[in-house]
Ligand binder design. Structure first.
Ligand code: SF4
Ligand code: SF4
Length: 430
């Protein structure tokens, strides 16, 4: 039983004909459909469809404040999501990701340090990926993305956007910005990226656009340089260790200790690597920087820097102590309402209802790389006419990647190393 788009509760019949899809066939359908992880990681889903696991977990947890696109997707397309889930459960798949918390909550199992869900018999897929799995199995490739446009816009909403559509056009669809100088957080305030260029475009991993004024607290925090963050941290960190005490990875029992990484800032020429090892298993969730630290310092960014430095130096930290969940873990969760207050975005929390709008941009810019792995190689030429769903590019043989498809009917206007530009029939493509 699931809740339908009208709010009614109904039974969703799983189509039995899907049951006959073989794992190999499903994997090929997903490859042809260009399906990648829609939650943000962009891992090619056809690769996941090739291994055996015990648990298939549908990830609709969507913990980023203000973004509600997975809720809208599950309410509007429960049948398709369940069909996608059934297909992946039949086909099994190989996981890659950062879902330690979800696996623990769903199964009580702890992924080995630096391990993957497969090692405890699990795999996690975003609910939209499952929807795309179902579509690809029916021969429909990925040409549009389900996303929320919210924050300081007049009509916050969730909608399907053609891949390659400009952010500026999406803001217009949502009634326009309510502030004169909008900036965007793409895919979330905690783990997303700050974007000041409204000409950027939707990709297969765009899950939400959050509009904020350029003088917002979060924008100010995000625009500091790494040097500034380090300098402030070196002088102001009092080693209170709140960042560690609220770190979800630490509370799960992994040896992540951001306060020790911060300590390393003071030893940058005399042994920072010793302290930096405590960043190795950090998942960059941002709780330490944006919620826990009373001094508004940057432990998450210090961890990101430490992980990069250690990778470049070929160092790898292996936790030797057994992973044991912290006895206070269940009392140290971060409620979303409190998080929104801390982030100073409570005023922007509101429903983002699904809007049934058939968007038809006159021009789209479709990147060759929207996924983990190698960029797709062009299979079309300038001037060629294409229709929605036609293949534009594919990864080189033997390389990890995903196919790229046309999201509008039109003509190939230009091709570069980064993207292909399509112009609709009514536009002068010269
Ligand atoms: S919470 Fe802030 S001040 Fe306290 S140890 Fe962590 S970084 Fe330093
Ligand atoms: S970002 Fe901070 S809170 Fe999150 S896992 Fe890393 S160290 Fe822990």
């Amino acid at each position: 039983m699931v809740v339908g788009d009208t709010g009614s509760v109904r039974t969703i019949p799983l189509r039995l004909e899907f049951a006959i899809c073989s794992r190999v066939m499903l994997s090929e359908q997903l490859r042809r459909g260009g399906v990648v992880g829609a939650g943000g990681a962009g891992f090619p889903t056809h690769v996941k469809a090739q291994a055996r696991v015990e648990y298939v977990i549908a990830n609709g947890a969507e913990c980023e404040p203000l973004i509600h696109k997975d809720v809208e997707l599950m309410q509007r397309y429960p049948g398709e999501v369940l069909e996608g889930l059934a297909l992946m459960a039949l086909g099994d798949f190989y996981p890659s990701g950062d879902e330690y918390e979800l696996v623990y909550h769903a199964t009580g199992r702890l992924i080995p340090p630096a391990g993957i869900p497969l090692q405890v018999g699990c795999v996690v897929n975003n609910v939209e990926t499952l929807y795309q799995v179902r579509q690809a199995a029916a021969g429909i490739p990925v040409t549009r993305k389900f996303l929320t446009v919210c924050g300081a816009v007049r009509e916050p909403m969730t909608l399907w956007a053609p891949i390659g559509m400009r952010f500026r056009e999406l803001l217009d669809v949502a009634g326009g910005a309510r502030v004169a100088d909008p900036v965007l957080f793409v895919n979330g305030l905690m783990m997303g990226t700050l974007c000041t260029d409204l000409e950027e475009v939707v990709t297969k991993t765009t899950g939400g656009l959050i509009v904020l004024p350029s003088n917002h607290y979060l924008v100010t925090r995000r625009t500091r340089t790494q040097e500034e963050m380090n300098r402030i941290g070196k002088s102001a960190c009092d080693q209170c260790s709140y960042c560690t005490e609220l770190c979800p990875r630490y509370l799960l029992g992994y040896e992540v200790m951001p306060h020790k990484v911060m300590r390393g800032l003071g030893f940058s020429t005399t042994g920072a690597q010793h302290w930096d090892q405590w960043a190795e298993l950090c998942c960059s969730c941002g709780i330490c920087t944006l919620y826990a630290c009373p001094e508004d310092l940057y432990p998450k960014e210090a961890c990101d820097q430490a992980k990069g430095d250690r990778r470049a130096a070929g160092l790898r930290f292996v936790q030797e102590a057994p992973v044991q969940v912290h006895p206070m873990k269940e009392y140290r969760g971060v409620p979303l309402s409190q998080l929104r207050q801390r982030l100073q975005v409570e005023e922007y929390e509101c429903p983002t209802p699904y809007a049934e709008i058939a968007l038809q941009p006159s021009r789209v810019r479709i990147p060759w790389k929207q996924h983990a792995g190698e960029p797709a190689q062009p299979l079309v030429s300038v001037g060629q006419h294409v229709h929605v769903g036609d293949v534009l590019g594919a990864p080189a043989p033997g390389m990890l990647g995903a196919m790229v498809h046309a999201s509008i009917d039109g003509r190939v206007q230009s091709i570069s190393n980064r993207e292909v530009v399509l112009a609709s029939a009514g536009v002068d493509a010269g």
